[in-house]
Design a protein around this ligand. Structure first.
Ligand SMILES: *Cc1c(COP(=O)(O)O)cnc(C)c1O
Ligand code: SF4
Length: 388
């Protein structure tokens, strides 16, 4: 696995890419956006599609959006349909199946939607869904109902329109001190439009921190330009969380994008989704977390995959999640261990196995190696009368 990490980023099919693509184009995010892969013929330049993949691409047409940047396609194994990058970006027949209990919006974004873009679920913070656009439409997206829905049902015609109502809502609720821009991918907007939004938020005195959720560092890291970073740095404190799911996604390009953000004072965190067949084993997850630390990205959440319509085939069990958390906690540094959460209508719920049991002698503790000991004293309830 670590071998793949050290390979140059275009190792998948260098003969197809580098000779034909001047460095300046490869480094230009607009070039990748213009040349996104949206059909079988274009995909065929990068990977050898299986019959099932071709059937799935035809099957999702008219239902879910599909698009892949040349950069992300270059990370795919051309001959292995089980490649973890490929599974995240190429449609699968599972998306078209009906699974029991699946819902389009199990986390209830629509229920908490207060304006066109503001979702207010927690007292002190909101998310602003500002676009449906993403450079790659991840097949496992929790918000599949609006990011990859070809009918564009979420915003209708009002995606890029006035932000006045949204900003007014936030200003009218001074308890909101933390605004998370998400979508879709907020960095899909041009810098100028993005600056208008960020400046609008910064003008609200009660907004303390601005956060951006973006997968560009993974899907098209060239988008994280010096210009973008210095613009964002004018509105600090700004934080960014991205979404690496597999060590293969950590490349020289993505590391450079993270470095640009950090050098402009923007802390970078990571949210991983636990995905069947992609990262649902301890070795992959441990490598992912330690490699993230090497590029100075702080693991934040590990999301249990929700039972979202069109996404259910990626689901694992909570027991699998625990097994992975057991394989991280104590084995690597505490700040490399994300918090494992299940997102529900009532919020993100941390899912942890208790590492202790209360006994008459104190707390029975268990460590990462399975060793046990009883700790009395401070771990016991005490009162003044216990003092000697
Ligand atoms: C995830 C989420 C947030 C931010 O949650 P944090 O735990 O602070 O990262 C805020 N609002 C909504 C609706 C969310 O889903
Ligand atoms: S980039 Fe994020 S919002 Fe867009 S499809 Fe992927 S997971 Fe969903």
């Amino acid at each position: 696995m670590s071998d793949t990490l050290r390979e140059p980023v275009t190792a998948a099919r260098p003969e197809l890419i580098r000779p034909r693509v001047p460095e300046t184009d490869w480094d230009d995010w607009r070039w990748h956006m213009r040349r996104r892969i949206t059909n079988v013929e274009k995909a065929g330049r990068w990977i050898n599609l299986t019959a099932d993949e071709e059937a799935a691409i035809a099957g999702v047409a008219g239902k879910y959006r599909w698009s892949v940047t040349p950069y992300y396609a270059s990370l795919m194994d051309p001959d292995d349909p089980a490649c973890p990058v490929r599974l995240q970006a190429v449609p699968a027949l599972g998306e078209l199946m009906e699974f029991p209990g699946a819902e389009v919006d199990p986390v209830g974004d629509t229920y908490y939607r207060k304006t066109n873009r503001v979702v207010h679920k927690y007292p002190d913070r909101v998310i602003m869904l500002i676009t449906e656009a993403c450079p790659v439409y991840c097949r496992h997206c929790t918000r599949k109902f609006h990011t990859t829905d070809v009918d564009g049902t979420y915003f209708r015609d009002d995606e890029g329109g006035s932000f006045d109502e949204d900003l007014r809502y936030i200003a009218d609720h001074p308890e909101i001190r933390d605004v998370l821009l998400t979508g879709g991918d907020p960095l899909s907007y041009q810098d100028g439009k993005l600056e208008e939004i960020v400046a609008g938020l910064r003008a609200i005195p009660s907004v303390e921190i601005i956060r951006i959720g973006s997968r560009f560092p993974v899907l098209l890291p060239q988008r994280i330009t010096e210009d973008l970073c210095s613009m964002l740095a004018r509105y600090h404190p700004v934080w960014l969380n991205t979404h690496f799911n597999h060590p293969k996604e950590i490349t020289p390009e993505s590391a450079a994008a993270v470095d640009r953000l950090l050098r402009h004072g923007i802390p970078v965190g990571n949210q991983t989704v636990l995905l069947r067949g992609i990262n649902d084993d301890v070795a992959t997850m441990r490598t992912l977390m330690t490699e993230l630390l090497r590029i100075r990205v702080r693991p934040y959440y590990l999301y249990h995959c929700d039972n979202v319509t069109g996404v259910s085939h990626f689901m694992t069990t909570v027991e699998k999640g625990w097994e992975i958390m057991d394989g991280l906690q104590g084995h690597i540094t505490g700040f490399g261990v994300p918090q494992y959460v299940l997102t529900t209508r009532i919020g993100k719920i941390p899912i942890a196995q208790p590492s202790f049991t209360r006994t008459p002698d104190g707390l029975l503790l268990r460590n990462y190696r399975g060793q046990e000991m009883v700790v009395g004293g401070a771990a016991q309830p005490i009162t003044e009368s216990d003092a000697r």
